[in-house]
Design a protein around this ligand. Structure first.
Ligand SMILES: [Zn+2]
Ligand SMILES: [Zn+2]
Length: 134
């Protein structure tokens, strides 16, 4: 039987470790577990704490909390102020990658782009058939 040892760089500290599903070396994995537990304990006691405050309390950056929210490792269903931030304007959001305004704006941009493309194609087609006739 062939046993393959897969190694990777830990996505946190960059050390080489034996690859696992978490993408973290052993020490970073247990460290992040510890931090997650600390956040949980803090949030249970003070459910209205915001991202910045709890991050400062646990001693990590708010962006780490945001990425945990995004990965589903932290849940903010019962913690209204534990927020992720919009990718574009940094407005606090509860879920997803964009705030309402930005997602509406992007939808509009995309549909405008598609219309534009459609028009360009039609113009091209018209030009080609014109050349064909001539
Ligand atoms: Zn690590
Ligand atoms: Zn936004």
């Amino acid at each position: 039987m062939l046993t393959e040892l897969k190694v990777a760089h830990c996505s946190d500290c960059g050390r080489i470790y034996q690859k696992n599903l978490r993408g973290l070396c052993h020490s970073c994995a247990s460290e992040s577990d510890r931090q997650l537990q600390a956040i949980d304990r803090f949030m249970v006691r003070y459910p209205t704490t915001d991202t910045e405050t709890v991050a400062a309390h646990v001693g990590i950056s708010p962006s780490r909390i945001r990425s945990w929210l995004r990965q589903g490792k932290l849940r903010n269903d019962s913690y209204p102020n534990l927020c992720d931030a919009c990718d574009l304007c940094q407005t606090p959001i509860q879920a997803g990658h964009l705030c309402h305004d930005c997602s509406v704006r992007i939808q509009t941009d995309i549909s405008r782009l598609l219309t534009q493309e459609q028009e360009d194609r039609e113009r091209q087609r018209a030009a080609i058939s014109y050349r064909f006739r001539a």
